[in-house]
Ligand binder design. Structure first.
Ligand SMILES: NC(=O)c1ccc[n+]([C@@H]2O[C@H](COP(=O)([O-])OP(=O)(O)OC[C@H]3O[C@@H](n4cnc5c(N)ncnc54)[C@H](OP(=O)(O)O)[C@@H]3O)[C@@H](O)[C@H]2O)c1
Length: 329
């Protein structure tokens, strides 16, 4: 119950920096190792971030008997392969979003987790934050009336040359990178999968989407609309509209330690202040709970699978130029 869990970083990815502080802040974790495809880069990274061990290959990290949990922040096309290898090496895995790029990959990841009895969770950090829990609580309380519409956006200007996000073969494109957030948020709020989707994309030279405009139709007359993109300024928002009131969340995906959401009803707006925690600490603590206390991870494999299924259907819709129905079950 009180075991300190040793974590290893699978690569020197930029996003590691978001996890390093929480891994040090939690009383239940120790950041023990980092791996890179080259030993010199692993050693330099370990020195820079004061990490005790450096491994010159991903295999060496997975073979380290003292590592309990692997954080997988590899490019999207490597999520499934290295998550499965880590699970089969006896490690628990926190895997970055998007969970995987095909449903077959998601199913193989789930199967590996089931067969090894190890915890596997997608690193959608916003799901654990107090703001998200509060928004869900408000919607479920019926305060907004009957749910009608969810609108969302996540864009930023991608200016880094050669970034993994612009490479088709690595699962690049804005819908996989940032569109996955408003899709995930809308599905969480509705608490169900859409039955039909429709999307358009602006294609880049490499064949990825530079921007994506998507719509989702849920049963019972609920709809969601979102846009994602690499060619617009930093934008993120969620608006949830019911028959009685609406809720605006200005920072839905990266809320700070304190945040504000706005409830609009009867032509008046009420500001709701929320005290949260370090954004990325929630996923670390959720993994620790699941591993040491046998609780269900907040994000189930079914939920992660649903998100991948919707993204694939939206991409198919954009390709075909017509709505695509989602398979049941
Ligand atoms: N949850 C969030 O807030 C959040 C934010 C940003 C990104 N992410 C996710 O985290 C993942 C990584 O994103 P990032 O921006 O941190 O990526 P990044 O800086 O480009 O890092 C990816 C790492 O993967 C390793 N790698 C292995 N094979 C590679 C290859 N063929 N090409 C390039 N790199 C390769 C490299 O590490 P070595 O050289 O050390 O082996 C590289 O540093 C993505 O899945 C992304 O969606 C999540």
């Amino acid at each position: 119950m009180n075991k300190i869990l040793n974590w290893g970083l699978l690569s020197t990815a930029k996003i590691n920096q978001a996890l390093i502080k929480p891994l040090r802040a939690s009383k239940r974790t120790r950041l023990l190792s980092v791996a890179s495809r080259s030993i010199s880069s692993a050693e330099a990274y370990a020195r820079e971030w004061n990490i005790p061990r450096a491994h010159g290959s991903y295999e060496a990290l997975l073979a380290d008997p003292e590592i309990d949990v692997i954080y997988n922040p590899l490019p999207n096309h490597l999520h499934a392969e290295w998550t499965i290898k880590a699970l089969r090496a006896g490690k628990h895995v926190l895997c970055e979003k998007p969970f995987a790029l095909t449903l077959a990959e998601v199913d193989a990841m789930s199967q590996a987790a089931q067969e090894t009895g190890k915890i596997l969770e997608e690193a959608f950090m916003y799901r654990h934050h107090a703001q998200t829990l509060k928004v869900k609580e408000i919607v479920d309380s019926g305060l907004l009336g009957k749910l009608q519409l969810i609108k969302g956006a996540f864009t930023f200007p991608l200016t880094r040359e050669g970034d993994i996000r612009s490479k088709k073969e690595m699962g690049g494109g804005s819908i996989w990178d940032v569109g996955c957030y408003p899709i995930s948020y809308a599905r969480m709020i509705v608490g169900a999968e859409p039955v039909e989707v429709f999307g358009w994309q602006v294609e880049s030279e490499s064949g990825t989407d530079d921007s994506f405009i998507g719509q989702m139709r849920f049963e019972g007359g609920v709809h969601a609309q979102f846009d994602s993109g690499f060619k617009s300024p930093d934008r993120s928002m969620i608006e949830i509209v019911g028959t009685e009131a609406s809720l605006t969340i200005p920072a839905p995906f990266k809320p700070g330690k304190t945040s504000e959401i706005f409830l609009s009803r009867n032509n008046e707006q009420e500001k709701i202040k929320i005290k949260g925690n370090e954004l990325y600490l929630g996923e670390v603590e959720d993994m620790c709970d699941a591993i040491t206390q046998n609780t269900a991870p907040r994000i189930s494999h079914k939920d992660s699978r649903g998100n991948v299924a919707v993204i694939l259907a939206l991409l198919e819709s954009a390709r075909l130029g017509k709505p695509v129905a989602l398979a049941r079950g």
